[in-house]
Design a binder for this molecule. Structure first.
Ligand code: F6R
Length: 241
């Protein structure tokens, strides 16, 4: 694993954005695995800045998001589809049809999972961006005795609903289920970019990167991937030796 610890969040964002600009310069039809949550927002802001400065074009890029809440329509301002439009897609030149998220309001969830898996299999990600949950989740693959390979429906742990309640007006509004890419699909990405910020995640960062590889800490599986880049701010990296 290639672990980089940055003094400031802005340095981290600049580094990550440059990584994307360079990737797309060398491969204009790059496939990007995207994430939501608070972690990537600063990176998306810097990517938008690079686009506005004409350093990069997304016209040939395809994106696949990790996950989506079950029951939220794309125009619901808490859905991940809405998040991606607000924080990235509406600011860059990526054609809408080249952006993909699981459909949280599909009539048949099983079919939706298979549809999404087939799409991902048709173009594996050049780089998959990941945040990290306090419990070690990646995407919405929560700690468990077993992890799923492909896209599946998941019951969110109360800890995860609590953590995400800050985006909603009350905890009751936080969906109980989500659709998420499985760890198998995540691990197929050529490069994985794990980004973590904040001292509240320092313990899980240490566990995931240096502890035993276990389904109880889904991010620990990343230790078995050949090409992982980990970007941490000083606080998130403070427990690493
Ligand atoms: C988001 C996702 C989640 C988040 C994680 C961290 O698409 O898949 O795994 O990356 O919950 O969330 P934040 O960044 O809000 O701390």
């Amino acid at each position: 694993m290639n672990i980089k610890i940055f003094e400031t969040s802005e340095q981290l964002d600049n580094y990550a954005a440059e990584l994307y600009v360079n990737l797309i310069a060398s491969k204009p039809n790059a496939v990007l695995g995207m994430a939501t949550g608070s972690t990537p927002i600063g990176i998306y802001d810097k990517i938008i800045e690079s686009y506005k400065n004409k350093k990069v074009s997304f016209s040939g890029v395809t994106t696949y998001n990790l996950d989506e809440y079950v029951g939220l329509t794309p125009d619901n301002d808490q859905s991940y589809a809405y998040f991606m439009n607000k924080h990235l897609f509406s600011h860059i030149d990526i054609p809408q049809e080249q952006t993909h998220l699981p459909n949280g309001i599909a009539e048949n969830m099983e079919e939706e999972c298979r549809r999404y898996d087939a799409l991902i299999a048709s173009s594996p990600a050049d780089i998959q961006l990941l945040g990290l949950g306090h419990n070690g989740h990646i995407g919405f693959n929560e700690p468990d005795d077993n992890l799923s390979f492909g896209t599946h429906i998941v019951k969110l742990q109360e800890e995860t609903r609590d953590a995400n309640a800050r985006f909603f007006s009350s905890i009751e509004e936080v969906p109980t289920h989500a659709l998420t890419m499985g760890v198998g699909s995540i691990m197929k990405a050529k490069t994985i970019l794990l980004v973590v910020r904040g001292s509240d995640k320092a313990r899980i960062v240490k566990e995931a990167l240096t502890g035993p590889i276990t389904t109880k800490v889904p991010a620990s599986l990343l230790q078995t991937h050949q090409q992982v880049i980990v970007l941490l701010d000083r606080e998130a990296g403070r427990m690493l030796g």
